[in-house]
Each structure stands twice: as structure tokens, then as C-alpha cells.
Design a protein around this ligand. Sequence first.
Ligand SMILES: N[C@@H](CCC(=O)N[C@@H](CS)C(=O)NCC(=O)O)C(=O)O
Length: 228
Amino acid sequence: MDLPDLHLVSFPVCPFVQRSLITLRYKELPHEITYISLADPPEWFLERSPLGKVPILVVNQNTVVFESEVINEYVDELAPPSLLPEDPLARAQARAWIEFLSEQTAVLHRWMLAGDEDAAVQAREQACAGLERLEALVASDPLFTEREFSLMDAALAPLLMRYTLVRDPASPWDPEAFPHLAARWERLGRLPAVRESVREDFALRLADFLESKGGVIVPRLTTLLRDQ
Ligand SMILES: N[C@@H](CCC(=O)N[C@@H](CS)C(=O)NCC(=O)O)C(=O)O
């Protein structure tokens, strides 16, 4: 099969775009990337993105695939072997946990951008509960122990990359409390597909993004990010 022309539309610090970029790179599929500003999205993007969100993948210049997980499954199917389990039940579980990781990614952002201390504490509790569930999953699930990489990892890596970068004392993330997740991140973080899924100045860009949004703990987080 001839490979289609793949063009990913991105925002540099978006964890959902990063999932798709990791998958494209892991599969070594040639692709182009266009970065846009979400603060001032271009008209062509708003016309093409049904939900007004990144990522979108423009295939052969005219067909738009949207939603990171749908993009990832399409990319996965373009270049076997699959990064999802073959068994239908295991595949359904993998997809369900990817959805759980989407929610955890939203919770991380709610914590980072909390408007007041109460909101920060509430988001932290939700994040800790989510990380506990993920720790139990990674500790017991063969998908995480037997495979070098799966589509679940493509969704896990952006979350753990951000937690590792913002090691605030009040952070929900603690590698000692979540040793299996920490070990998984150790392995994932070394994969070229994961390392190269963000630009070199990612920490600074994330700091700029958080600052542009504001929040009660943003000054602490941006100091940590700018000191990397
Ligand atoms: N469920 C979507 C979520 C994508 C998403 O939330 N993208 C954010 C950036 S990280 C976005 O484009 N937001 C639009 C905006 O902020 O206006 C996916 O998995 O692709």
C-alpha cells in the first residue's frame, strides 16, 4: 500500500497532539507538522477542525481526521504490527484506559491552572486517585509489562513527561509513591519517538503557556520549568 501524505496540525504544548506525534514517530511514518496558535487560530484551521481543537491530521491534502485517539488508531493501522492488543476484550480495555488517561490529562491541567487553593487541592486529590489507579494497572497489566510500547503508552507519556517537569512539593506526582509508573516513564522517556515528540525548549514553552492562562500555583510551576 502506498503511504498517504500525512500533515499534522499542532500546538506545541498540547498533550493530545503529542500522543499523535509519538505514534507517527514510533511508526516512522513520514509526516509534516504545522504549528498554530490556539490563542489566535487561523481561519483555515477553524474551517477544517470540526471541534476547533488540535490535533487534526490532514490526509492527502483533503481528508481531515480529528481526535488524537482516532488519529492514533488510523496511524497504527497504516503501519503494522498493531500497537493495540489483538484480543477484542483486551483492545476494548486498552481504549477505555486511553480515555481514562485523557481525563487524567485534563485533571493535570486543572491542577496546574487552578484559580484558587481550594480548586488546586481538589484537582490534586483527583489526580492522586487517578495516579493510584494507573499505578495498579501498570503493576499488573501485561500490556505494560510485556510490550516495549503501545497506544496506551502514547497517551501515558505526555502525562508523565509533564508531571516529571513540574516537581512542585504539592504535586500529585511522586515517583516513590508510584514506582511502576515511574519505571514505565524511565523506559518511555528514553524512546526517541517520545524524546523527539517535543521541541528542545518545551519546558520554556510550557511555562509561557501556563503564564498566559494564569492560576494560583502557576508562578511556582513556571519557576520550576524555567530552571530546567
Ligand atoms: N479529545 C481531544 C482533545 C484535544 C484538545 O483538547 N486540544 C486542545 C489543546 S491541548 C485544543 O485544541 N483546545 C482548543 C482551544 O483551546 O481553543 C483529542 O484527544 O484530540
